[in-house]
Design a protein around this ligand. Structure first.
Ligand code: NDP
Length: 385
């Protein structure tokens, strides 16, 4: 019987690639539910092609543009409907490909309903890692990484039954479009330059996060929760070729790496098919043609967002929530050309300085820290920059 899948954020970069790869395996996967936020035209095309039985348009103002009415299709709108969708009894696995904190409540709703979650929405784990992982444990279900680095670590860990055997993990990073820029050149980089990622074609928010290296910082926090590691066991390595997707170093000195073509469809497919591997037509690596593999230390001075993420992780409690909220607001302002590239890091720094951390937060503390930080930004935009 095929695995029955709900895709939250079906109209984004991950959602579209997921549908593309899923369409090749009708005997293994069935699309039961899809959600969009604003892109009703693309959602309409997807519904015509994949014939789900449930759709949600998160942005209520856009819902009236969705015109398909058939008896076999239930259509809802509003962010609360995403929670119903994530918990539908007829679903086996939820792929959460929503961007930003909007993905957190749907992740928790799916886990509370004992659904396995293939998680692309890293912000869920950054903002509320301990709550997400506890919810999965309490309900006997799993959080399966979609992020290529975490998928790599997940696969490298198949060799081990005991977390004590891991000495450290290496999260690889391409270094983004500004890897070779000096500090003064970073002052004048444009939105267009930041959106030109050298290796991956992704949504705008994660592409800017890759340019500031905040994406790698968010991934450090994500890895801490997914794999139960200490911050000092997680090291970032700049690897511009993006051939090694990440590595695990074991206590005996062996390093196991996951190596593959740079194609997000692979970790998406694995998250949905695991523990099985399905034959795919995703391009294969040709070891005789790839560029030489190189490795560098990240530069925390030029890319301070990475050190802010380590700092937020070691402070713990609600600090990573605030790091995430401040970064989301700052990236949006950068994309709207209200602040410069450099000011993204400045805003995150000021937000962290302002915040009084609550340790061992519950979900209300997390949501409150997130909302308070966003309000703070709205009221004091000018003196934050
Ligand atoms: P995109 O911006 O391309 O897509 C985001 C999706 O979320 C869209 O379907 C969008 O709907 C929907 N969405 C946006 N805001 C809301 C909201 N408030 N409520 C409900 N749905 C919303 O993002 P990506 O696909 O690039 O990234 C998705 C997640 O996956 C992010 O957390 C990212 O960090 C992570 N990720 C992405 C990778 C990639 O290669 N793209 C790689 C690894 C991780 P609509 O388009 O209809 O407005």
């Amino acid at each position: 019987m095929p695995k029955r899948i709900a895709i939250l954020g079906a109209t984004g970069s991950i959602g579209v690639q997921a549908l593309e790869i899923i369409s090749k395996y009708p005997q293994y996967f069935e699309i039961v539910a899809l959600s969009a936020n604003e892109n009703v035209d693309l959602l309409t095309e997807q519904v015509n092609k994949f014939k789900p039985s449930y759709v949600v348009i998160a942005d209520e103002n856009k819902a009236n543009r969705f015109k398909i009415t058939t008896v076999n299709l239930k259509v809802d709108s509003g962010s609360k409907s995403l929670l119903n969708m994530a918990a539908l009894p007829e679903i086996d696995i939820v792929l959460n490909a929503i961007v930003g904190i909007a993905g957190l409540k749907p992740t928790l709703a799916a886990l509370e309903a004992s659904k396995d979650v293939a998680l692309a929405n890293k912000e869920s784990l950054v903002a509320a890692g301990s709550i997400v992982m506890d919810t999965a444990k309490r309900n006997g279900c799993h959080v399966i990484p979609v992020d290529s680095e975490h998928s790599a670590i997940y696969q490298c860990l198949l060799n081990s039954n005991d977390i004590k055997e891991i000495r450290k993990i290496y999260l690889t990073a391409s270094g983004g479009p500004f890897r070779e820029f000096d500090k003064s050149s970073l002052k004048s980089v444009t939105v267009e330059q930041a959106l030109k990622h050298p290796k991956w074609n992704m949504g705008k928010k994660i592409t800017v996060d890759s340019a500031t290296l905040m994406n790698k910082g968010l991934e450090v926090i994500e890895a801490r929760w997914l794999f139960g590691l200490l911050p000092e066991q997680i090291e970032v390595v700049i690897h511009p070729q993006s051939v090694i997707h990440s590595m695990v170093e074991y206590v005996d000195g062996s390093v196991i790496a996951q190596i593959a073509a740079t194609d997000m469809r692979l970790p998406i497919l694995y998250a949905l098919s695991q523990p099985q591997r399905l034959a795919s037509d995703i391009p294969k690596l040709n070891f005789f043609e790839i560029e030489p593999l190189t490795f560098e230390k990240p530069d925390f001075d030029r890319f301070p967002c990475l050190s802010f993420a380590y700092e937020a992780l070691s402070i713990g409690g609600t600090m990573p929530t605030v790091l995430n909220a401040a970064n989301e607001v700052a990236v949006e302002m950068f994309l709207n050309r209200e602040i410069t590239f450099e000011e993204i890091a400045k805003m995150v720094r000021k937000a962290m300085n302002f915040h009084s951390t609550i340790q061992n937060p519950n979900i209300y503390d997390i949501l409150d820290a997130d909302t308070t930080m966003r309000k703070f930004f709205n009221h004091r935009k000018d003196d934050l920059i």
